[in-house]
Ligand binder design. Structure first.
Ligand SMILES: Cc1ncc(COP(=O)(O)O)c(C=O)c1O
Length: 484
């Protein structure tokens, strides 16, 4: 595709853009239990106006745009205060949880480089339930991830699991509050005490729950300690674009004090251009997400978040009870947050996901891992609380339909095939064959995704990853979509 020879009419272009959304999930319908955290039209409108107003300002140079420095400092102050940080706390606004986590790992690695030069092969100790973003950070930064198991009933990690994994090269201990997959908080005080005893920084990934958990606690929910009030917690990631309902592109990386944040900052003058000082991964940073997050937090306010928290707690309680009452389903662990993972010993959960999707309900498949069962995940947010009973009705129906579907035999077939493969050198044709078995030709996904999920579930993670890399490498292509 080329840009048009003559510039086109703005209204017509915006109308065309709208048509591009035709196949997107309809998240405004209240049936989407992932990806979108919807606090209603009013909050959305305020966020969008503020976003547009500061879209063009550039936080690359805070001396040129003091407005953005002020916005960022105020956001960090609101976030740190919310998480019991003292006046010495420091932090930055990032584009999302992944960036905040990359920065936490970078700061820990470079702190060790500065203070513990004997560490030449840095590693970090993290529960198997920690978000994949830590593995991405490890991959970018050359830090070895040392995964530790969680309790198989509660999905919680604590010092008993972590202590054997910490060694002389450990530069960071990680815990989640809560984990995305099961909505469970690790034993943060236990992990932090262990890290502190060994003189190692401890990062709490509160990306998904950090903002809302203190409101749950105020309403009487049992929320384990997870923030800077816990001695030994040295950094926290907390996304504003999840349960603080701010427009996307807003997360906070917070440090107990500047001595930890110092190692996050990149500064460079060894080239012919302007001297660079970047506290975050990006250099040019739009003021849009900053202004939007600032405005949204203040528009909703403490009373607004408390109202949302009450509704979320009630909806999650109904979902946990409702799911437990559906024959064949079980909630995994006891969620500390409004995230629920559901497994089954009787029906194929991937068929349940497909049946729900066919009826317009978006729920997320999660593959089995290290003996933890495959399941589906529900993120409960204000946009769905009004439709919980309806969703539970649909779920009961879909489970019965899934029960009646004949077994595909795909997982046995794949397991058999994989046993004979040399995983280190799988030829591209083998991936193409696996995709074809799941009904995937080229990049067109079949209407039902249970086949591909069953195959992925049966494969060891490195093979799953290779298959998906290949699929996505083809998905992003510049074929002819038909000019608008
Ligand atoms: C606990 C947790 N950490 C990190 C992330 C990564 O956040 P992002 O998708 O904003 O990069 C997520 C996303 O769901 C999360 O739930």
């Amino acid at each position: 595709m080329r840009i048009p020879q003559r510039g086109q009419d703005a209204e017509a272009l915006l109308a065309t853009l709208e048509t591009y959304r035709a196949k997107d999930i309809d998240w405004r319908s209240g049936r989407t239990f992932a990806y979108v955290y919807d606090a209603g039209r009013e909050a959305e409108a305020v966020g969008k106006r503020a976003y547009a107003a500061f879209l063009t300002e550039n936080a690359l140079d805070p001396t040129a745009f003091p407005s953005l420095l002020r916005l960022e400092n105020e956001l960090v102050s609101m976030g740190a205060t919310h998480l019991s940080g003292g006046p010495e706390a420091a932090g930055n606004l990032t584009t999302g949880g992944t960036e905040s986590i990359i920065l936490a790992v970078k700061a820990a690695r470079d702190r060790a480089r500065a203070l513990r030069p004997e560490v030449t092969r840095p590693n970090m100790v993290l529960p198997v339930t920690a978000h994949a973003a830590f593995h991405k950070a490890a991959w970018f930064l050359g830090v070895e991830p040392i995964p530790v198991e969680v309790d198989p009933q509660t999905f919680r990690a604590g010092p008993d699991q972590a202590k054997g994994a910490i060694g002389p090269d450990t530069v960071l201990v990680v815990g989640s509050a809560p984990s995305y997959a099961h909505g469970v908080c690790d034993d943060i005080p236990g992990l932090a005490a262990l890290a502190r005893d060994r003189g190692i920084p401890m990062h709490v990934d509160a990306c998904v729950g950090g903002w809302m958990l203190p409101f749950f606690r105020r309403l009487g929910a049992e929320v384990p300690a997870f923030d800077f009030s816990v001695p030994g917690v040295t950094s926290i990631s907390m996304d504003l674009h999840k349960y603080a309902f701010c427009p996307k592109g807003a997360s906070l990386i917070l440090h107990r004090d500047k001595s930890y944040r110092e190692h996050q900052i990149f500064s460079f003058s060894g080239w012919t251009g302007y001297t660079i000082v970047n506290p975050t991964v990006l250099s040019t940073r739009s003021g849009g997400p900053m202004a939007a997050a600032w405005a949204t937090l203040r528009f909703i306010g403490e009373d607004g978040y408390e109202r949302h928290a009450r509704a979320l707690l009630e909806a999650t309680r109904r979902i946990v009870e409702g799911v437990s009452g559906i024959p064949g389903l079980r909630v995994m662990g006891r969620p500390d947050f409004c995230l629920v993972a559901v497994a089954s010993d009787e029906v194929n959960v991937f068929h349940v996901v497909d049946e729900m999707n066919r009826r317009g309900w978006y729920i997320q498949a999660q593959l089995g891992f290290r003996g933890h069962a495959a399941n589906f995940h529900l993120s409960v947010h204000p946009g769905v609380v009004g439709r919980v009973d309806e969703m539970l009705g649909a779920l009961a129906e879909c489970v019965e339909i899934a029960r009646g579907l004949p077994p595909t035999g795909l997982s046995e077939m794949v397991k058999g095939a994989v046993e004979t493969l040399d995983l280190a050198s799988i030829p591209p044709e083998a991936f193409a064959q696996l995709l074809a078995v799941a009904g995937i030709q080229g990049t067109t996904l079949p209407e039902r995704t249970a086949g591909i999920n069953e195959i992925l579930d049966a494969l060891p993670p490195p093979v799953r990853e290779g298959l998906l890399r290949r699929f996505f490498n083809d998905l992003n292509h510049i074929g002819d979509e038909g000019a608008p």
